[in-house]
Design a protein around this ligand. Structure first.
Ligand code: NAD
Ligand code: UGA
Length: 477
């Protein structure tokens, strides 16, 4: 099976970067990325490569090299399905909000819609690849939909056949390009050797053969969920230990370093922070919980659910200690929030710990000034479900405090942003926050000023030398 044309349905955080790298590494393949969201497609076609819809280090350069040559972005979903040899389904699979399985199961309506579109518009033989993260046995659903179409169409018009493969994506946002270029492994689950070889041959253009793993389709689907669950479990584990450190005088950074040196444990994913965010950890663990419950494995379900519960508890622990240290009231107090993205080097805020923490502080009556180098005020408005204050009402609101908290966008990280702040809270590890001049900041703040560092990126000595109170996660010293 020679692959000449790829169609990827979904131009999001996975589809966009993954297809860009494939196009760059396989100049002989035409890669068509399609999405129903026309705004997103227009942004991918933006003349200004700095304004692509997704910010990822190194991505703009690749898109610049390939776009218009063998990488194309459009909304022509049906047309591009028709001519593709291989179709990647890379659409969103969020937690279901309604009906059976609400709050835990994945909502597969977008995946089902894709399968139906592929069933209707594909021609000849097509390999359909699950790139989205899906519940175990979803491939069966996709196969059933495709099969139903071939049964009805092959009897009337030309022959249409399909292979379904699972090829989950393991990239992390903020390092997507390097994760795609140098993956720990590429996982391909499926039955038909010819189809598996055709997909493997694409990756072999840049990934060493021994890193391309072949499994059965169900193992591949389950391995993706398990991989995210294990990573998130490590973060909940170390965050739970951070609370013990703060109570006992231990330091979570020292504990992490000590345990991470054990080669059986390893040093990655042991940084205590404000709680894990991102679009996938919580949803994928809840999906695993749903699966375990479905099969009557209630103890297994409880075990994994506790990883999510600790994460929520840890986030609320951070807001509570801010309130406690500011004398139990935030009414009308200005707090500067440094970072809103769920991690550095991305503009993504999905499930960011900053969302819940900011909501908690606003509920206590605080006035937040939120800075993030990549997140727009529009996005923060959507996430907080609250418009920012107009500049005129800002003074009014602070002078005549009426019990309602509020927020404003702090676009520039200049010294004025800290004027009259009672506290500063670091929520994302953007490197620019590490070089703030704390002596200058202290002069602008209301005393006693507090600095809360949930990412452990600040130099504690410099903050303390500026006569500011300092808290950082897991530091019991
Ligand atoms: P996303 O929301 O950024 O992008 C999905 C895109 O699919 C959207 O632009 C949406 O408009 C489009 N879409 C939905 N239905 C469509 C349809 N029928 N036709 C055409 N376009 C359609 O999502 P994402 O972050 O790229 O995640 C996609 C999948 O990959 C999810 O299953 C996720 O769990 C998984 N995943 C995500 C990451 C990550 O870092 N974000 C990493 C690994 C795996
Ligand atoms: C994660 C996985 O790392 C990817 O392998 C996976 O493909 C992806 O989910 C997915 O399926 O969506 P991502 O969520 O993009 O990637 O980013 P991570 O680097 O895993 O960070 C997730 C969250 O954990 C962030 O909020 C981060 O700040 C936090 N984190 C990470 C910690 O608090 N401590 C750590 O040591 C590491």
């Amino acid at each position: 099976m020679k692959i000449k044309k790829i169609c990827c349905i979904g131009a999001g955080y996975v589809g966009g970067p993954t297809m860009s790298v494939i196009a760059d590494k396989c100049p002989d393949i035409q890669v068509e990325v399609v999405d129903l969201n026309e705004d997103r497609i227009n942004q991918w076609n933006n003349e200004d490569f700095e304004n692509l819809p997704i910010y990822e280090p190194g991505l703009a350069e690749i898109v610049k090299r390939c776009r218009g040559k063998n990488l194309h972005f459009s909304s022509l979903v049906r047309e591009k399905i028709k001519t593709a040899d291989i179709i990647f389904i890379s659409v969103n699979t969020p937690t279901k909000k309604y009906g059976l399985g609400a709050g835990k199961a994945s909502d597969l309506k977008w995946v089902e819609r894709c399968a139906r579109e592929v069933a209707s518009y594909a021609s000849g033989h097509t390999i359909v690849v699950e790139k989205s993260t899906l519940p175990v046995r979803t491939a069966e659903v996709i196969k059933t939909i495709l099969q139903a179409s071939t049964d009805s169409i092959n009897s009337s018009s030309g022959i249409k056949t399909f292979d379904v493969l699972s090829n989950p994506e393991f990239l992390a946002e903020g390092s997507a390009v390097s994760d795609l270029l140098f993956p720990d492994r590429v996982l391909i689950g499926g039955e038909n050797k010819k189809a598996i070889d055709a997909l493997s041959n694409i990756y072999k253009k840049w990934v060493p053969e021994e890193k391309i793993l072949h499994t059965n389709i169900w193992s591949s689907e389950l391995a993706k969920l398990t991989s995210n669950a294990f990573l998130a479990q490590r973060i909940s584990s170390i965050n739970s230990i951070s609370a013990i450190c703060e109570s006992t005088g231990a330091d979570v950074r020292e504990v992490s370093r000590a345990i991470g040196k054990d080669s059986r444990i390893g040093s990655k994913f042991l940084d205590s922070g404000p709680g894990f965010g991102g679009s996938c950890f919580k949803k994928d663990i809840l999906n695993l919980v749903y699966l375990a419950k479905f099969y009557g494995l209630n103890e297994v379900a409880d075990f994994w659910e506790s990883v999510v519960n600790i994460n929520a508890w840890h986030q609320s622990r951070i807001s509570q200690l801010v309130i406690k240290n500011l004398f139990g009231t935030l009414a009308g107090k200005k707090i500067v929030i440094l970072g809103f993205a769920f991690k550095a080097n991305t503009n993504d805020t999905r499930e960011s710990a900053a969302i819940q923490i900011c909501k908690d502080l606003i509920n206590e009556g605080a006035y937040l000034v939120i800075n993030d180098p990549k997140v727009s005020p529009h996005q923060i408005t959507n996430d907080l479900g609250m418009k920012q204050l107009s500049k005129i009402s800002e003074t009014e609101s602070l002078n005549m405090y009426d019990g309602l908290g509020s927020w404003n966008y702090g676009e520039n990280l200049d010294i004025e942003i800290f004027n009259d702040a009672y506290a500063i809270l670091v929520l994302t590890e953007w490197p620019q926050y590490s070089s703030i001049n704390w002596k200058e900041v202290a002069k602008k703040m209301i005393q006693p000023g507090w600095i809360f560092d949930s990412r452990s990126i600040l130099d504690s000595e410099k903050v303390k030398n500026a006569e500011l109170n300092f808290w950082r996660v897991g530091d019991g010293s």
